[in-house]
Design a protein around this ligand. Structure first.
Ligand SMILES: [Zn+2]
Length: 378
């Protein structure tokens, strides 16, 4: 089992972080997260600086105090969100060498600049354990020129972010034993040449964790495992690697065996809101690293993962638990009856009661932590 010490606290690897973009994994509070066995969350710097804002965050003592969350917090730089925003509507801003320029206000006349230094300073205001450098996301359909630009800018911004990071460490009195970690995403879209160059230059600057930057999707929109494998091989064997935004349970298992240890993904909570529930076909408590590795090598992971679409009519009268192998609040049995049966959850979705989102999210997140526990089991 691999362990890591961050700010003096031990964490086991691999680790999965649900997305708590605005300081909340939607519909769930910090006690809920603890209850399903989660040890960390991923928040978003740019969104939290909009609301509640840097000043309030500093006054309350950071995001952990605000959420009353004692676990691990990683903060995304905001680069990907801003890139998506500008990609959808170029009137909202542009990406320059200096940083990301945003146009706000009713007539888009107010201009603000978000720099790599701003992003790091704000992540110190949040009090994150893992901070992420602002990067220039390589767009999925980028040509060679745009890939090169994205890589060169990502390297230049990472250099500036590291300088600011060290300045802030000193300002806040961190030592080598209790400091947060700094992550740099590797960009370069699907170009091995540019990804390799990006990785080598980032390693010269030196970071604690290297991230899988860009979308791991092939031209048909399918998850591209060979791309993830190549990206992992670009950093030394014992590097810490973060598969940013990944993924389904199957993605996580496969990438873990490629050498990724950190995962964050919105899927379990988003799917929960869309009535899609994750279920194990076998008891996850009987799974371990060796068995999962064998299933991965033999391409048999589909034998252990399944989905239940709870909105289907056939569940309206189904008194059984969502998963016979899950121990979450819903699936727990009292007198042989599941605490929340398929029929009840189906009904709660049907009448659009808010509890349906919370309950479905709890179940899906527990499925993820059961998987992570299995991956940690030797
Ligand atoms: Zn459950």
């Amino acid at each position: 089992m691999q362990k890591i010490k961050i700010k003096g606290q031990d964490y086991q690897l691999p680790i999965y972080l649900p997305d708590a973009t605005l300081g909340v994994a939607r519909n769930l509070d910090s006690l809920d997260l603890l209850q399903v066995g989660l040890e960390g969350v991923m928040v978003n710097t740019y969104h939290l600086i909009q609301k509640p804002g840097e000043e309030i965050l500093q006054k309350v003592g950071g995001i952990k105090k605000l959420m009353n969350w004692s676990g691990f917090v990683s903060s995304d730089s905001g680069g990907f969100q801003l890139f998506s925003l500008i990609q959808k509507n170029p009137e909202l801003g542009k990406i320059t060498d200096e940083g990301i320029v945003l146009y706000t206000g009713p007539k888009k006349q107010k201009k603000t600049l978000f720099t790599p230094e701003d992003s790091i300073r704000m992540q110190f205001a949040l009090g994150s354990d893992v901070m992420i450098c602002l990067d220039d996301f390589s767009p999925p359909k980028a040509n060679e020129k745009r890939i090169r630009e994205s890589v060169e800018r990502t390297i230049a911004w990472a250099k500036r972010a590291k300088v600011e990071f060290e300045k802030q460490l000193q300002k806040h009195g961190f030592t080598d034993d209790n400091r947060p970690l700094l992550l740099a995403p590797i960009q370069g879209h699907n170009s091995h040449k540019w990804r390799e160059f990006c990785s080598q230059e980032l390693q010269k600057i030196g970071f604690d964790i290297y991230g899988l930057g860009g979308w791991p999707l092939d031209e048909q929109g399918k998850f591209d495992y060979s791309f993830c494998q190549k990206n992992a091989e670009l950093t030394p064997k014992d590097s810490l690697r973060f598969a940013l935004g990944v993924g389904t349970p199957e993605n996580i298992v496969k990438l873990f065996f490629m050498g990724y240890q950190f995962f964050d993904c919105v899927l379990p909570t988003r799917d929960a809101r869309h009535q899609r529930l994750y279920v194990f076909k076998v008891d996850p408590k009987n799974l371990n690293q060796e068995i999962l590795k064998k299933l991965t090598e033999e391409n048999r992971l589909q034998e252990i993962f399944d989905y239940t679409y709870i909105g289907k009519g056939k569940f309206a009268t189904d008194n059984s638990a969502i998963s016979q192998f899950c121990d979450c609040t819903l699936c727990k049995k009292t007198d042989d009856i599941a605490q929340v049966s398929k029929a009840y959850l189906h009904h709660l979705f049907k009448i659009e009661d808010g509890s349906a989102f919370r309950l479905a999210s709890l179940h899906n997140l527990r499925t993820y932590t059961l998987l992570i526990e299995a991956l940690r089991r030797a």
